[in-house]
Design a binder for this molecule. Sequence first.
Ligand code: GRG
Length: 294
Amino acid sequence: MNLRQYLSERKAIIDESLDKLLPYDSEYPNIIHKSIRYSIFSGGKRIRPILVMASAETVGGSFQDVIPIACGVELIHTYSLIHDDLPALDNDNYRRGKLTNHKVFGEEIAILAGDALLTMAFEIISNEQNKVNSHKILQIINELARSCGTKGMIGGQVVDLESEGKQINISTLEYIHINKTAALINASIRAGAIYFDASEEQLNMLTKYAEKLGLLFQITDDLLDLEGDIKKIGKPVGSDIKNKKATYPRLCGIDKTYSIAHKLADEAKEIAGSFGEKGTFFNLLPDYLLTREF
Ligand code: GRG
């Protein structure tokens, strides 16, 4: 498998599906649809939706069937980015190489665009009820909702905020990463598998994999914020330092952070190995994350 080609083909499928699912700029009230489309089509990697599709295939399903769930996950992710960039939170001017949503549309519209994306995600996913057993869709909605709530992304974000400028220990840092970043990644991976009736054993393995991958993803994000190339990551480096964020490099130093990241990647690959041929993408992804430039 050529991973870069695979990622770019899958991203194109998601981009096309999002384009079909979202209201056009021309639809009334135009400003909110412009704002939503501005952030959705600003060049995200689509990692989470790709994970939904890949996990469906890992348990023997077809990726086409989970595209609406995959798109829903990207809407949730984009909502979190728009809100995270707001002046009340990170107050960032750039994201994915473009001005942040509130810089273009104003804070009021940016807040509403985030709210709309979160609710539209569940509207789109619940539309799928006709296709499969509604019990599965309900379980997916339940897990996704949990992953974005106070026991997931929001919980992680709150502890992240409370930790700014403070000396925290490694278990608090892990709590932040596991909830702020890994929870949605975990729910994405589980969603694709749940849709295709994965066994308890398969789900347990995928969950263990997702936990490693989610932490690895955030650690590589922290490293990019410190050492990345502004042109490639699309936003100024050093924003974690500016916002006095708790990160692995700040707590453990760069060398130790790299060794933690490599250990997580090895553990994730070992788990992916148990899926055999069908787990090829999951097997290649950790090393790709270790060397990613954006
Ligand atoms: C709901 C306000 C609010 C916040 C929740 C998820 C989150 C917490 C904030 C978003 C900012 C952030 C640094 C999140 C950590 C997860 C992460 C590494 C996001 C970037 O994800 P990528 O690299 O982004 O997949 P692209 O641009 O490729 O979609």
